[in-house]
Ligand binder design. Structure first.
Ligand SMILES: Nc1ncnc2c1ncn2[C@@H]1O[C@H](COP(=O)(O)OP(=O)(O)OP(=O)(O)O)[C@@H](O)[C@H]1O
Ligand SMILES: [Mg+2]
Length: 281
């Protein structure tokens, strides 16, 4: 997509009427202990798409999201969300972190977790009332977790925890959502529920950005792709940027999607591969 969008985040051919890019990242470099894990990243994601971020373990996918949200300090670079710095858009951004990075022993109920999604709307000093509670319960209903509202989150299964976090994102009424591997380790039914909800958000005009590890489902679920491995390998509409060549550049020899003809035709007989090239029967 480079060249199509100007640095100001608007398309070159319609500078006045095109809405700002949902996410615009320019020259972003992030280091841990002096070692760069993201290098000179430029990313443009238009509004209203459902975008996948893919790349091997350690590629910097989670770090990219954290840097966009100001959770890790960049060494260099500039980020805007819907045309403005993240600090001014905080309420408009929803974030579901990677499950492994959440303290699930924190003593709180599913309902409390969802209500936290409303704090941005309430302000810190106001207590959530009946209205907020009803909103949170409705969201738990949407992810089919209402019966678990009073359950401690530590006592939920992984897939149930993911759905609670999704409900929290739903009540936030954000414009741009970042979800870090929301489908990791969930069963097929839960995955369909999650994808259905995310596509519904997209169809309402929201921008949904998902770190995703299952290369076999990228084309079914997403319309936009960012392929990452420390650097941006490729980005753009799935139909053009999601090529075997680009995947090989990102994953090296770890990937073999050969017989499926995944990037052009119908699925072959092979069992699905995950991003590490491991086969799951
Ligand atoms: N807090 C940290 N301190 C030091 N190094 C870190 C830290 N967090 C991540 N890293 C390193 O930065 C690199 C990128 O990590 P990151 O978690 O962003 O990768 P990822 O693409 O999300 O991987 P995964 O697919 O395993 O979730 C890795 O090499 C990782 O070891
Ligand atoms: Mg990660």
């Amino acid at each position: 997509m480079r060249g199509v969008f100007t640095a100001a985040g608007r398309t070159a051919d319609d500078p006045l009427h095109e809405p700002a890019l949902a996410v615009h990242v320019e020259d972003l470099t992030v280091s841990y202990q002096g070692k760069p894990v993201l290098w000179d990243i430029d990313i443009n994601i238009p509004p209203g798409v459902m975008a996948a971020i893919v790349g091997p373990n350690g590629a910097g996918k989670s770090t990219l999201i954290k840097a966009i949200l100001g959770l890790v300090p960049p060494t260099a670079g500039h980020v805007t969300i819907s045309g403005r710095p993240y600090k001014r858009q905080r309420r408009k951004v929803g974030y579901v972190p990677q499950r492994s990075s959440v303290d699930w022993d924190f003593p709180t109920t599913a309902l409390d977790v969802v209500m936290m999604g409303r704090y941005g709307h309430l302000g810190w000093f106001r207590h959530p009332g009946r209205h907020e509670r009803a909103r949170a319960l409705a969201a738990l209903d949407e992810v089919r977790m209402r019966d678990f509202a009073d359950r401690q989150i530590s006592q939920l299964s992984g897939g149930q925890q993911q759905r609670v976090f999704l409900a929290r994102a739903l009540v936030q009424e954000a414009d741009v959502y970042f979800l870090d591997e929301p489908m990791a380790g969930v069963d097929a039914t839960t995955e369909r529920t999650i994808v259905g909800l995310l596509q519904m958000l997209r169809d309402r005009g929201k921008t949904v950005i998902v770190v995703h590890h299952d290369l076999q489902t990228v084309q079914d679920y997403f319309d936009w792709i960012v392929i990452l491995n420390v650097r941006v390998i490729a980005q753009g509409p799935v139909g053009t940027a999601y090529t075997l060549e680009n995947l090989h550049r990102a994953y090296g020899g770890q990937i073999s999607l050969i017989d499926r003809g995944p990037l052009a035709g119908p699925r072959g007989p092979e069992a699905p591969l995950d991003a590490a090239g491991d086969r799951h029967p």
